[in-house]
Design a binder for this molecule. Sequence first.
Ligand code: ADP
Length: 253
Amino acid sequence: MDKIKHKILVLSGKGGVGKSTVSSQLALYLSHIGKKVGLLDIDLCGPSIPKMLGVENKEVHKSSSGWIPVYRDETQNLGVISIQFLLDKSDTPVIWRGPKKNSMIKQFIEDVCWGELDYLIIDTPPGTSDEHISVTEALLKHNPDGAILVTTPQAVSVSDVRKEISFCKLLGLPIIGIVENMSGYVCPHCSECTNIFSSEGGKLLAEQTNIPFLGKLPIDPYLTACSEKGVNYFKEYPNSSTLSALKTFVETF
Ligand code: ADP
């Protein structure tokens, strides 16, 4: 952990708001520009990072000094650790109570040989439960940068992110900022953005709570397709508005 410059948790109140998408695209973008990145998936019951990065059939190995991450390609710029790599079959469910989850997460934090990294990004399940308490407590020993909070613009998602803010404050985890995902729809034909859901919810929350607003990511069908296929969105669509939104928000921290 001490060889890792930046440690960032990605949190959201609800599932399906794009937390894994933001985590994986952030990791892909940073590794694409030459940074050394680790992506740790602690969504034990619904791990989607291996699929989103196109490494779901790979296996993780354990050496005498700990687990060796799965690398996406030969550059070894992007290493991944997920419970998915430890399951016998892709559809095996993880049905664990708190203590077992806690011990798994502790091992993920202490026993992975990441080597020197510029960024460790940690994707979490939705909410403020066992996984979140364990990872936050373990990370706080290693000086984390803090949490990125992901929300969609609607009030139902924003109100749950308020709980994440209280969680971070209670545990003493700094908040890097808020990302508003699925903020408008980008037409695949003309690239115009239409606000299908309400808009500005994440931005308003950031203003009300004095937390930095990192930016908006539109609903982009190409982004969905890339996440489905584990393809690097940035290589495929270097001129998309989603990429410029992501670049803007990466540059703010
Ligand atoms: P979470 O991790 O919060 O549960 P996911 O990242 O798995 O959410 O996203 C849920 C679904 O929505 C996925 O199929 C993902 O590809 C899609 N998705 C997320 N954000 C976007 C976006 N900005 N544009 C298009 N599809 C998106």
